[in-house]
Design a protein. Structure first.
Length: 309
């Protein structure tokens, strides 16, 4: 039986037992067909890659799979699929068991009865793990429990995190491409004058819709966003470069040093000089700013560091 041992300095935990994979497949059902009602003796994780009008029913609840989604069915749950009448319903699926159910339910609350059944996710990393497990089952079936089970545990852990680690963020839709492109443009032209009307025109949206969308997704107006990103870039330059405050202001699009200083203190609650004095560290030297839209975490910093003695 495959296990993973988790150990933290000063403590020791029981080995984490990997799920046992039973059935793996990738099929496309005819439009208008269905499945069930049925119950299964094990767990089933499915991924529906296409937005459709297919419906997943479990108990008295019905879920329309109108965006790419993972579906989790637990042992003994009566469920039904009613597939879209207009298009085939493709889905990837993995049936699996839990050698230590009590331990698994402690680690992964989403496996408990009554928890979420449909998890809208279009994260290509998670989808890639699902596809890799299917590939291993096809190309290296004798290695499936060794390689695929560990990956399945990771996939389940990440899906569990989508639900419980940050439930507010899990409900936030991804930024529309028009907003991402606007943010990229601001970052790439931070030294230049940037008009909101121009950004709206580049997005293909009306000025009103563009501004409303910024408030909806970012919680601030386009003008406030431009200022915020200029100040954040200034914070980086204050730590990365030995420029004067005037030079920093110029490099983030402010011709008036006094106006920049007033805005900086309003946004950060301290002057630019105080910010540099408080956060200056030799480790920041020779760094360069990067676009903030490239990652889900702040770049140019050490995110986690376990000091080993």
């Amino acid at each position: 039986m495959c296990t993973i041992h988790h150990t933290v300095k000063g403590t020791a935990s029981a080995p984490v037992q990997l799920p046992l994979i039973h059935i793996v497949g990738d099929i496309a059902k005819k439009a208008g067909s269905g499945l069930g009602p049925r119950t299964i003796p094990d767990y089933e994780l499915l991924y529906f890659p296409d937005a459709s009008r297919s419906i997943y029913r479990i108990g008295d609840q019905a879920y329309t799979l109108d965006e790419p989604s993972f579906v989790l069915t637990r042992p003994g749950e009566s469920h039904t699929y009613e597939y879209d009448i207009q298009q085939p319903a493709r889905h990837l699926f993995i049936h699996f068991g839990l050698p230590d159910t009590h331990q698994a339910l402690e680690l992964l609350p989403m496996l408990r009865p009554g928890e979420a059944s449909v998890i809208p996710v279009d994260d290509q990393l998670l989808v890639g793990m699902m596809k890799q497990i299917l590939y291993i089952s096809y190309a290296y079936p004798t290695r499936l429990q060794e390689r695929g089970s560990a990956m399945l545990l990771t996939l389940l852990t990440e899906l569990n995190g989508q639900l419980y680690d940050d439930p507010v963020r899990a409900q936030i839709k991804r930024l529309p491409s028009q907003i991402v492109k606007a943010l990229d443009y601001i970052d790439e032209h931070i030294e230049e004058p940037i008009a909101v009307e121009m950004l709206a025109n580049r997005s293909g949206w009306s000025h009103e819709h563009f501004s409303r969308s910024f408030m909806q997704y970012l919680g601030r107006t386009p003008r406030e966003t431009i200022i915020q990103r200029r100040i954040e870039r200034a914070c980086q330059l204050l730590l990365y470069e030995e420029w004067s405050i005037k030079e920093v202001a110029y490099h983030v699009g402010f011709a008036d040093e006094n106006y920049f200083s007033r805005l900086f203190k309003t946004v950060k609650g301290m002057t630019a000089t105080e910010y540099r004095r408080r956060y200056n560290n030799p480790v920041y030297r020779n760094l360069v700013p990067v676009k903030e839209t490239e990652t889900l975490y702040p770049a140019n910093r050490i995110l986690f560091n376990v000091h080993v003695q």
